[in-house]
Design a protein around this ligand. Structure first.
Ligand SMILES: [Zn+2]
Length: 420
């Protein structure tokens, strides 16, 4: 499965000859001839991609520059023939052999469709959606002397075996007979506190190291206040929710369904709050902007904290071939540097590499009339630059905003989208 660093790597690649291939393979449910149909579909997609490459290269007099893409397309078709029996997983391939680049990833079989894109950048929208729907979560089951840890990453639940046996270290019960009752009780309480403390430290460390991005707790209500008292504020902040669980008896499926429910609730809430806050800020002329033109401008100024996109939002724009400036007005020459522009068919896709590189929080918004009215694109700003600040081109890597360590901390969960 894919990691955040690998996604960043994908967001970095740019091919001047538009030969970056993104292939998403969604297996069909098993039925007669399904696999044969899949292979035919991939062949058709590859043929179409090749045609569009040929027409682009003859337009731009790049003849021959994209020969390497042909080899990539052939390799993708061959690969799709071998994907039979891989029905439980979807697959993504990112290729640009002109730059010696080939990456394959297994994904949960929840893509919208099998698709193939050829462009200057890799197409990351299906991936962004998927990662928003399946972030990396830690799930911890706790009682006074035991703990279990699960990872839920891209739909796969894994238990870390032998995670915690804190009491066995010091021999629990050792010497009980030799103490009076009060002493033994205090000792048990003290050991429980040590156990919670130890666990709280582990969680802080795990979040710091990026083992997971958020976490969910399963415990008895009675233990929560004691455990909560030991949590670092930063760890508390990343707790998405709690459910009632017995450490020894709770099964995997229960852990999974509770975690998915808590995660979905929390994301819906976050998204609704972000929409509400952005609208309010935009109305008061504060830290919110709506509409493509203003959002692009804010992105170029490095102001955007949270980007909101309509679920099916798509719009044309132009992109400067020289400095990378994106413009909502379909002008032929770049207003920033004067060089020729080219049309970007889907600006919602074109800004994703930028969003990922800059750790901008992204939400896809569905069925929201208020959001629809403002054009299905809006952004909440982290600050507002001085009026008249010159825009930095969206695609210029050298202009990438480096968040302060604190902003990075707050933004750890950014750059991945949440569907409605
Ligand atoms: Zn330009």
């Amino acid at each position: 499965m894919i990691t955040r660093d690998q996604i960043r790597e994908l967001a970095q690649l740019e091919d001047q000859h538009s030969c970056a291939l993104s292939f998403y393979f969604q297996p069909t449910p098993p039925r007669n001839k399904a696999h044969k149909e899949e292979v035919i579909l991939v062949k058709d997609l590859a043929r179409e991609a090749w045609r569009s490459l040929e027409s682009k290269s003859s337009e731009s007099k790049n003849n021959g520059k994209c020969e390497s893409a042909r080899a990539d397309l052939d390799r993708i078709v061959r690969l799709s023939q071998d994907l039979r029996g891989n029905g439980s997983h979807a697959k993504a391939v990112f290729a640009c052999s002109a730059q010696n680049f080939w990456r394959e990833y297994d994904l949960p079989a929840q893509l919208a469709a099998t698709q193939l894109f050829v462009d200057r950048h890799f197409h990351l929208k299906p991936l962004a959606r998927l990662l928003g729907a399946f972030p990396s979560l830690g799930i911890v089951l706790v009682d006074r002397h035991r703990a279990r840890l699960f990872d839920l990453r891209l739909g796969e639940l894994t238990e870390r075996e032998g995670f915690f046996h804190p009491l066995s270290r010091r021999g629990r019960g050792d010497g009980f007979a030799g103490y009076d009752g009060g002493h033994a009780e205090r000792r048990v309480a003290d050991e429980a506190r040590q156990h919670f403390k130890h666990l709280a430290e582990f969680l802080k460390d795990a979040l710091d190291k990026g083992m997971f991005e958020k976490w969910i707790l399963g415990c008895q209500d009675a233990h929560w206040p004691q455990f909560e008292a030991q949590l670092h504020p930063y760890v508390s902040q990343r707790l998405l929710g709690r459910f009632s669980a017995d450490v020894a008896r709770t099964g995997r499926e229960e852990v999974r369904s509770e975690a998915e429910r808590i995660f979905a609730d929390s994301q819906n809430k976050l998204r609704d709050e972000a929409v509400h806050e952005t609208m309010n800020q935009a109305r008061s002329n504060g830290r919110g902007v709506t509409g493509l033109r203003r959002v692009l401008h804010a992105l170029e100024l490095g102001e955007v904290q949270t980007l909101l996109l309509g679920d099916n939002y798509s719009a044309q724009a132009v992109e400067c071939a020289g400095c990378g400036h994106l413009d909502a007005h379909l002008v032929h020459y770049c207003p920033a540097c004067g060089r020729a522009t080219r049309t970007v068919v889907d600006v919602a896709e074109a800004i994703l590499p930028w969003v990922i590189r800059r750790d901008i929080e992204l939400f896809y918004v569905k069925d929201n009339a208020e959001f629809d009215k403002v054009g299905n694109i809006a952004a909440l700003l982290r600050f507002r630059s001085e009026a008249g600040t010159r825009a930095r081109p969206v695609a210029a890597k050298s202009a990438d905003y480096s968040p302060s360590p604190r902003a990075r901390l707050v933004g750890r969960y950014r750059g991945i989208a949440t569907g409605a």
